[in-house]
Every structure is written in C-alpha cells, then in structure tokens.
Design a binder for this molecule. Structure first.
Ligand SMILES: Cc1ncc(COP(=O)(O)O)c(C=O)c1O
Length: 431
C-alpha cells in the first residue's frame, strides 16, 4: 500500500551540520494490540477509530491497573491511618507526581486534580476571575477556542463588568497576532486564554508568544492543553504560561480525571473554588481556613482510581514517546490532507500539515456532516460531526458544522484510506 510507504518513511536528515539523526518512531500496528477494541469486527469490519480528539481508546494496562487498585489498594485518601488507606494515598499522590513530571512543573503543590479540562478552566475563571477582574479590565480569548476556554471567561467577564475580546484567525485558521496592539489599546488586559492545539482545526498556536505578550500587559496566560498534552511534549516552564489544563481521557486514561497546573504564587493567592471536606485546615462556627496546596482546590472525595489510571496512562504515552506520537500524527495528517486534496468536492479547513497537529476537519459538498459520519460509520469508520464545541469558529468559517478525523498513536494509514474510500461512497450516495 502506497500509504504505508509515506507514513513509514521515518528516517531522514535533521537540520544542522550534516548530522543524520533518527526521527522518533512508533509502531502503531504493534501498539494496536494493547487496545481490545481493534480486535473486534463490526459488520465484518474492524474499527477505523478517527475520533481520538474527542476521547481516546484505553490500553489494557490502564484498565488492569485500575482494577488492581480497586481490588487491592482501595480506600479513601488522606484520611485513614490504616495500611490500606495509606496505600490508596500513595497511589493517588504517586499519580500527582507523574502529572508533575509530565508537564515539568517544579512542585506537586502546583498540580490540582480536577474532573477534566473543563473543570480546571472553570476553576481558574471563577477562583481567579471573581477576585481579579472588574470594569476597565479585558479578558482576551481566541476565535478558535473550545467552549471550555471561552464560555467560562465570557461569563465571568460579563459578571464582573470586564470587557471580553477575541484574537481573530486568518483564512488558514491561524491567529492574527497583529490584532494584539488594537486589543491592548481598548483596556487593561488581565487574562489571555488560548488552546495550545485547536480541537477543530489542529492549529498549533503560538502560546509562548502570547504568554510573553500577556505578561507585558500584566495579564495571566491560561493554556488549554486538552489537545496538546496527549500528542506532544509539554513543558509549562518553557511555555511561560501561568495555568495549564488537560484531561486524562484524551490521553489513554479514564474519564473523570484531569489536571490543572498553576503557578504556586497565583494558586496560593486564590480563593477556593469548591468548598467542603478536605479543602479546609480548620472549621469553627464563625470562620474556616483553607488547606495547603493543592488540597485547597480538591474538595470532597476525588476520583481516586481514575487518578491512578491517569498516572498509568501518562507512563504509557511517555514510554511510546511524545515526540514519536507527534511525528506519527504529522505523517498521517500530511497523508490525509494529500488524499483529500484530490477530491474536489471535499473542502478542508485549517493550516498546512507542518503547522498543525493530527486533526483534519472537512466538509463534503452538499452533504451535512452528520450524514457523512453516518455513512462512514456503516463502513466502520468513526469520525465526529458537529461544531466541536467551537461555535464562534464555525461562524468564522461560515459553516454550521464540519466532519472531523483525528489521529492518535494507534492510528494507521489504512484508517485514512478507509476514510477516503468511505467519502467516495458518501459522494455516490448523495449525488
Ligand atoms: C481544546 C479542548 N479544550 C477543552 C476540552 C474539554 O475537555 P473535557 O471535555 O475533557 O473537559 C476539549 C474537549 O474536546 C478540547 O478539545
């Protein structure tokens, strides 16, 4: 198959003084053996799962670890003095250390477990925003933000009487940074919020540049890394941001668990978000004081086994290698965009492959994306159709919805071939 030749061409010279180095590689066919779903046939067809941006499949190792934890190490955390409770706490706190190392944070005190990216971003919008935003201030988001990093800021800005601005995109779906000067002239910029990778277009956004600009304005930089953390190496210190959020379920881990990294001094100064057990130091009839970080932000019993599964998922993707994952997805994306470009009745959106992650959004002329996804499903190809929680972006693109194919470490060129074959059937069915 020609596709394999393109995707598997993984060795080549890198820039710099004639040195020939190996590019990081992964063997997606071998990795698929870790995911039971790929052994199954539906209507005689194996699954071409192209919806990993929505949520990823889970390797057996993550599921086994969660089951073993529930069977042998489960109790509530932080409270018991008996051995089982200590084992549970070690599992939970061990996962926090894995998250810390994964994003290169300087301390586990800066890692707050949340339910998801959405909860992490709401935490910042509420706990930081309610205390720090007011009339004359500006919150700046982007036109390609996921609703999770858009709606909480829009809501808190409106509630506080602050302004709400967006950085527009160009026709490739890339941020128009020349708008920054105008935005800064309209008020005191206090928050800049942006996703590192767009879930709809795959655009890799210039977060370091935005963080530097935000700091020049005296603002904080909030990064939504839901689509970045599972797919490329992350370093919060190198990004220069102030908060960064991501979810376990997009990274081979269970749903119900996510993480917020925040700069310690900011987290220390913030009011709590949820209130109740665990997040307190002491409670009296007339006043309550807050627990130390990160527990101040972890009210109630957390998702314990899910955090353990999250940690094992981090081990898994780290062993596969984040650079290898990024490279693999880049090759699949270039391959897919190349094949789609040969179909004149397909319109694709977003930047060229060298400036995008493993996400391809498109529309088939005259066919609603839901119908596209339905026909593809009959062919065993799972894609997402809709606005992808980015309605302002859809408005900018002038469409109500798109069909989106997204890749991960277990995606193979054959999935792309089946997508394209399926699209030919869509075209035939609707013409
Ligand atoms: C860029 C981006 N941000 C935030 C989210 C929300 O993630 P979650 O549903 O895990 O909270 C998603 C989910 O698709 C996303 O793609």
């Amino acid at each position: 198959m020609a596709a394999s030749r393109v995707i598997r061409a993984t060795r080549g010279p890198l820039a710099g003084e004639g040195v020939v180095a190996a590019r990081p590689t992964l063997d997606a066919h071998r990795l698929r053996a870790d995911f039971a779903v790929f052994d199954e046939l539906r209507n005689g067809k194996s699954l071409a799962y192209l919806d990993s941006a929505s949520s990823t499949q889970k390797p057996g190792r993550v599921l086994d670890a969660m089951r073993a934890f529930y069977e042998h190490s489960y109790a509530n955390v932080h409270r018991g003095v008996y051995q089982l409770a200590e084992r549970a706490t070690e599992g939970y706190e061990g996962a926090r250390e894995k998250v810390r190392a994964f994003v290169n944070a300087s301390s586990t005190r800066e890692i707050v477990f949340t339910r998801s990216t959405t909860e992490a971003l709401n935490l910042v919008a509420y706990a930081w925003g309610l205390d720090n935003l007011g009339p004359g201030d500006l919150v700046v988001v982007t036109e390609l933000e996921h609703h999770s990093n858009f709606v909480p800021w829009q809501y808190i800005a409106q509630r506080q009487g602050a302004g709400f601005r967006h950085i527009p995109i160009d026709d490739h779906g890339e941020l128009q940074l020349d708008a920054l000067e105008r935005i800064a002239s309209e008020g005191r910029v206090k928050v800049v919020a942006n996703n590192l990778v767009s879930n709809s277009l795959g655009t890799i956004n210039p977060v370091e540049t935005l963080a530097a600009w935000a700091h020049e304005q005296g603002a904080i930089m909030v990064v939504d890394a839901a689509q970045a953390a599972p797919h490329r190496p992350l370093d919060v210190q190198a990004l220069g941001c102030d908060f960064l959020a991501f979810s376990s379920h997009k990274l081979c881990g269970p749903s119900g668990s996510g993480a917020l990294w925040g700069r310690r001094e900011l987290l220390e100064a913030m009011s709590p978000f949820n209130l109740g057990g665990e997040m307190i130091r002491s409670v009296a009839l007339d006043r309550t004081s807050w627990n130390e970080l990160p527990y101040k932000f972890e009210a109630g019993t957390p998702a314990i086994a899910e955090a353990v599964g999250f940690g094992v998922a981090i081990d898994y993707v780290s062993e596969v290698g984040l650079e290898a994952i990024a490279q693999h997805e880049h090759e699949l994306t270039a391959y897919a965009l190349g094949l789609l470009a040969e179909l004149p009745w397909v319109e694709t959106y977003g930047p060229p492959p060298e400036r995008r992650a493993g996400i391809v959004s498109f529309n088939v002329e005259g066919v609603h994306p839901h119908d596209v996804a339905q026909v593809l499903d009959w062919e065993g190809v799972a894609v997402r159709a809709g606005h992808h929680c980015t309605q302002p972006l859809m408005t900018r693109l002038g469409v109500a919805a798109t069909t989106r194919a997204s890749f991960y470490l277990y995606s193979i060129p054959d999935d792309v071939d089946r997508l394209v074959d399926g699209l030919r059937k869509v075209r035939k069915s609707f013409s």
